[in-house]
Design a protein around this ligand. Structure first.
Ligand SMILES: [Zn+2]
Length: 241
């Protein structure tokens, strides 16, 4: 587990149990502590809770799920008495696929996972005005994706919409993905973090956008690494299904 402070009120936890880095992001608001994504289970999130309590004392917690995939929601088990915010499609997908994913990938769970659904869903956006935290709909990697903008610190947490070296396109609506990425370029943020990335800047958005545009237009895609090739093949297989 790596812990990195981001400006004066963000903390980025990065875990490495899955062979790729996976992030949980914390924003210390004046009113609430926001926990963005809950990784692989309650045991690991207990460590995050302990860190939060040691650093900030006991403030009410708000959990946010950027999308429904299992590597971002299994720690919800620990927060059933808090608000768990997600897009309404995220809850729907968890209801459809959550148990199947748990069966399939159960060896990765950290502690006893009980699939715990979001209990506060939205379609467009939720603004925590006094904390300057905006949660808004950003379909892309999947069509249930949401992002969290810390407007005070100008930090965007984009979930799996941003990836290195290229995005995973698991929604077939690439035009929607393109407009989400174009919109990211316009927002007032200069630290950009994805569900599996390091601390990035808008160059990553530009790179990911360039790739998505080329897939849409059928343009020539230069394969830059083995990893790039694997991701790209997986994307094409998914899109041609
Ligand atoms: Zn992921």
């Amino acid at each position: 587990m790596n812990i990195k402070k981001i400006r004066n009120r963000g903390i980025l936890f990065t875990f490495h149990d899955l062979g790729i880095p996976t992030n949980v992001y914390i924003i210390q608001g004046d009113h609430y502590i926001y926990i963005v994504d809950t990784y692989l289970g309650p045991d690991i999130m207990k460590l995050v809770n302990q860190y939060i309590e040691d650093s900030f004392g006991s403030k009410p917690i708000i959990v946010i799920n950027t999308h429904s995939h299992w590597d971002h929601v299994w720690g919800n088990s620990l927060y059933s008495s808090s608000f768990i915010i997600a897009h309404e499609k995220c809850k729907k997908y968890m209801e459809q696929d959550g148990l199947k994913a748990l069966e399939k990938f159960e060896k990765y769970q950290k502690g006893q996972v009980t699939i715990t659904y979001p209990n506060l869903t939205f379609t467009d956006k939720i603004l925590f005005e006094e904390d300057s935290v905006l949660i808004y709909y950003t379909p892309g990697h999947t069509d249930d994706g949401i992002s969290v903008l810390d407007m005070k610190n100008r930090v965007l947490f984009a979930g799996d919409n941003l990836e290195r070296p290229i995005p995973y396109t698991m929604s077939k609506d690439l035009n929607q993905y393109m407009s989400t990425l174009e919109d990211y370029l316009k927002i007032d943020a200069d630290i950009i973090i994805g569900g599996h990335t390091d601390c990035e800047n808008k160059d990553l958005i530009r790179d990911n956008l360039d790739y998505v545009k080329k897939v849409i237009s059928g343009g020539i895609i230069e394969i830059k690494s083995k990893e790039f090739e694997e991701y790209h093949k997986a994307n094409l297989a998914w899109l041609n299904q």
